[in-house]
Design a protein around this ligand. Sequence first.
Ligand SMILES: Nc1nc2c(ncn2[C@@H]2O[C@H](COP(=O)(O)OP(=O)(O)O)[C@@H](O)[C@H]2O)c(=O)[nH]1
Ligand SMILES: [Mg+2]
Length: 343
Amino acid sequence: MGFLVTVAEFGFSLLLIVFFGFLSVVVFEAWRRRLSNVSVETVTTLEDPKSLKPIPCPHITEPAEKYLSLIVPAYNEEQRLPAALEETMDYLQDRASRDKSFSFEIVIVDDGSVDGTKRVAFDFVRKHTVDNIRVIPLGKNQGKGEAIRKGMMHSRGQLLLMLDADGATKVTDLEKLENQILAVAREEYSIRNPASKEMDFRIGDVQVSAFGSRAHLEEKALATRKWYRNFLMKGFHLVVLLAAGPGIRDTQCGFKMFTRAAARKLFTNVHLKRWCFDVELVYLCKRFNIPMVEISVKWSEIPGSKVNMLSIPNMLWELALMSVGYRTGLWKIHQACDTERSS
Ligand SMILES: Nc1nc2c(ncn2[C@@H]2O[C@H](COP(=O)(O)OP(=O)(O)O)[C@@H](O)[C@H]2O)c(=O)[nH]1
Ligand SMILES: [Mg+2]
């Protein structure tokens, strides 16, 4: 009898081991597929809403045609987008009228909005022409990170700025980022090409990134916010530190600028599609030795934020994915995007 019980126990344990072994393989396989799922580049078709004619879709691997591109991710921004666009356009037109060498474009990426975002955006295109402002419609919602990636991949600037659709940052602050990038790029260029002349220097060819930052506002925010929000913020900073390492105090600010060469490298590699793609950008800058500067910007909290408590599990999941993806080598780094091809 005792012998039979032992055999039954042994058989049962074996069954459990086989069952859990099988389960682990299934889960690991699903995890592996998710991890190695690099975004596939889709060809985006652009259209002039005035003539309804298709226009050629530029690509980050082609030479720059403008000085500055502003990439605006927009998800259900019918209310907040118009004022932000007006202010941005006023600044850009004013600057272009003062400086004939300054050229720009705004690229709005409509991320599957279900309100009137697309209508608002196309009204602006009709008013300001498709050469100055264009819309990339993504059809279905893919996340802020993916929307920005698509915008970057199809923009024409030597300098590429991502900024939120709610106008939370003063657009004139882009000059702070631009000036820092210019200073760092000139230095990098002269170190790498000691014999070259100033006239050969093209800002878009040197890899530099500038991160707008609200870290200087943190003390005030800590004093005025509820304790659990501060707790969550500190916790998030710790997780970011573990995932991407030190370097940038505010990874999440929606105001960042990249040279074309840096953007080409970063956005052909970035995997995360939602809120933590910024953390991956920091990680990638470090991997590629792309110089990063963090610059304080003016920030106003605009009502209507889409980040909520439900975004937290997604953020943690993305950071876990990133850590495992790069550490196990399942997320590959593509080096082959150093140079542009001629169009
Ligand atoms: N593409 C895309 N953009 C989003 C999504 N959710 C928010 N955004 C955009 O991200 C930017 C910042 O969003 P916001 O809700 O103001 O976030 P907060 O300022 O960090 O609280 C805005 O331009 C939004 O339109 C989304 O699911 N997809
Ligand atoms: Mg906002």
